[in-house]
Design a protein around this ligand. Structure first.
Ligand code: PRP
Length: 220
């Protein structure tokens, strides 16, 4: 008997958009998944061969890269930040659209960057942040935070932040302005490369089902 496939999906914003797509691809989690009081982390689905785990976005990539989950959904920001060679990202799911941006306090945004060689940045994305500044000849000292980056400038932790921006409301509420867009982001279907080779009879139809589900969404 083969083990069931473990499908990792992220808590948070992508989840609401991911569930209809999962349903179109033929996967519906058991009722307990929707019970906000439940402390369960692993759930059965309508398919006996597929179970779902619900974890933080960065952990989706870690579970799938290590083969603990074979397939998952995560933002392209996370895929790029980790740059795991074990991850294959075959489908752009066209959900979870946002951008990774640099932001600064309104009154500091027009300071001359040309005079600097070093910047201090609060971010959840140290790899992408260093890469962005390196390409501009600047060394970035990253202060790693896991959330609420927008607090860093007003409390003197760093003048700049690099974070996700969707509506821009969080920046505005915290007196910050977006000064550059590093990358546009959308959610991706990710697959563990080794599992893709070893279990392609199970994974290929599932990947195809997501491709078709995205197409159906486009046609709607
Ligand atoms: C994200 C991001 C920003 C905010 C941007 O955080 O880190 O804080 O959303 O969205 P906006 O431009 O629409 O205001 P999220 O609320 O997902 O929580 P997190 O800090 O746990 O990632």
């Amino acid at each position: 008997m083969t083990r069931s496939l473990t499908f990792a999906i992220p808590k948070g914003r992508i989840l609401d958009e991911a569930l209809p797509l999962l349903a179109k691809a033929g996967i519906e989690p058991e009722a307990e998944f929707h019970d906000k009081k439940s402390r369960a982390l692993r759930f059965a689905t309508n398919r006996p061969d597929v179970s779902i785990i619900r974890v933080r976005a960065f952990d989706v990539a870690t579970f799938v890269a290590h083969g603990a989950a074979q397939i998952g959904i995560v933002g392209s920001d996370v895929v790029e930040e980790f740059n795991y060679s074990e991850l294959y990202a075959p489908v752009d799911l066209d959900i979870g659209h946002c951008r990774l941006s640099v932001a600064e306090p309104v009154d500091a945004a027009d300071e001359d960057q040309a005079a600097m060689s070093h910047v201090r940045v609060a971010t959840k994305y140290p790899h992408l942040t260093r890469r962005y500044y390196e390409a501009r000849g600047l060394q970035a000292e990253c202060v790693k935070l896991n959330g609420a980056m927008e607090l860093a400038p007003s409390l003197g932790l760093s003048r700049r932040i690099v974070d996700l921006v969707s509506s821009g409301a969080t920046l505005k509420a915290n007196g910050l302005v977006e000064t550059d867009i590093i990358m546009q982001i959308s959610a991706r279907l990710i697959v563990n490369r080794a599992a893709y080779k070893m279990r392609s009879a199970e994974l290929t139809p599932l990947i195809d089902a997501f491709r078709a589900a995205v197409g159906v969404k486009d046609a709607a």
